[in-house]
Design a protein. Sequence first.
Length: 363
Amino acid sequence: MTQIALKPGVVTGEDYKALLAACKQGGYALPAVNVVNTSSINAVMEAASKNKADVIIQLSNGGAEFYAGKGMPDSFNAKVLGAVSAARHVHLLAEHYGICVVLHTDHADRKLIPWVEALITHGEDFYRETGKPLFTSHMLDLSAEDIDFNLSESARLLARMVKIDMSIEIELGVTGGEEDGVGSDNIEDARLYTQPEDCLRAWKTLAPLGHFSLAASFGNVHGVYKPGNVKLRPEILKNSQELVQTTCNTGPNPLDLVFHGGSGSEKAKIDEAIGYGVIKMNIDTDTQFAFSQPVGKFVEDNPKAFKFQIDPEDGTPYKKFYDPRKWLRAGEEGLIARLDEAFIDLKACGKSLALKKSEELAA
Ligand SMILES: [Zn+2]
């Protein structure tokens, strides 16, 4: 097996496919971390660099809107331009962290199709400018619609996206819980588990057009719940892979599977899911908490600095505590520590395909 190497930076098109193939061959997966600002983006790249691992950075529509600024008058425009701005930030900096970064957007349901289409238009402009798309892949989540509409819309967008070397992520079956306003609680149990026959239909529809990844539901939920509320059944992933393999005569694990709602999941089930071709595990709830918890502790440890610029009794200046860089850095360090754990869980440590500077010189 020849170890391939890629240029550090944002990975798209054939390089993205090579990266996913390396994940499957090497038995590991990449964490996909939802980000909301430069602080969370930089912390994700720092964590990846520290662990010598490649990583996926993604934005939900709400995260993109926040990135542009909650006060921007037109919120649709903010969702589009926030995502564009974040992607450009990553394109500029990722290579300097020496790792490969996959850029993604998260759940877009039916009402958010115009958001994805606007981003593809920006991607086409960026492609003309640089020869690369702005994002590696967009997710279209029409799992709440009927499967005919889900697959025909996914095919329509994928046909447009392949022209600029982009991939699509789709969802079949419903991920429980809710992610940034998309999703639903209280859905009947059967819909929490994807049918292998539906995965086969997706393969037959989309594989001839271009590259797609598939968020299949196997009991996974967004958010963190009391133990016992989540019954993960990774064998659904195995059955789906086998059905596609035998029907379409492919190699083993043909589907590139995505594990949504990775926060709070049992480690053994994560392991099993990777064995069945999961190459991406989304993590948001846990990294949100990991960022916020140390900020809370920092405030608790320095309560006066968050009430007074100068101590009213002894005149001590508190500037070096309330400076936002101090408590934001505490948050970044918390996020990095949680990602250290994620890279271990997903067996991604030390697996970066990014060409090292020394290898570049030797080549
Ligand atoms: Zn999700």
